[in-house]
Design a protein around this ligand. Structure first.
Ligand SMILES: [Zn+2]
Length: 93
């Protein structure tokens, strides 16, 4: 399997959506058993952590359920887009 290509089909599809939305997918060097890489959104905005930050999602190489893992990534994308839409509204007020 080529570097940068996730072994799980469902996760691959989710990563494709993230990339299309401008997210950066960083593949972990060396490829540890569990952490495949990280996905970061292209915005500087309030994430789950306090302060301004990008959304960061850890990508597992061998999730217990690839469907759940893919859904978690898609949820993060949706939440990010909602946060961005909200902060743009606040700025225009
Ligand atoms: Zn975000």
């Amino acid at each position: 399997m080529a570097r940068g290509v996730h072994p799980k089909k469902e996760v691959r599809k989710a990563l494709k959506q993230l990339r299309a939305a401008g997210w950066t997918i960083e593949v972990a060097a060396g490829g540890s058993a569990h952490g495949w890489g990280t996905a970061m959104c292209p915005y500087q905005h309030r994430g789950d952590a306090a302060g301004m930050s990008r959304c960061v999602q850890r990508i597992l190489s061998t999730p217990r359920s690839e469907g759940d893992h893919a859904n978690r990534l898609r949820r993060a994308l949706r939440k990010c887009e909602q946060d961005v839409a909200r902060s743009e509204l606040e700025q225009s007020e």
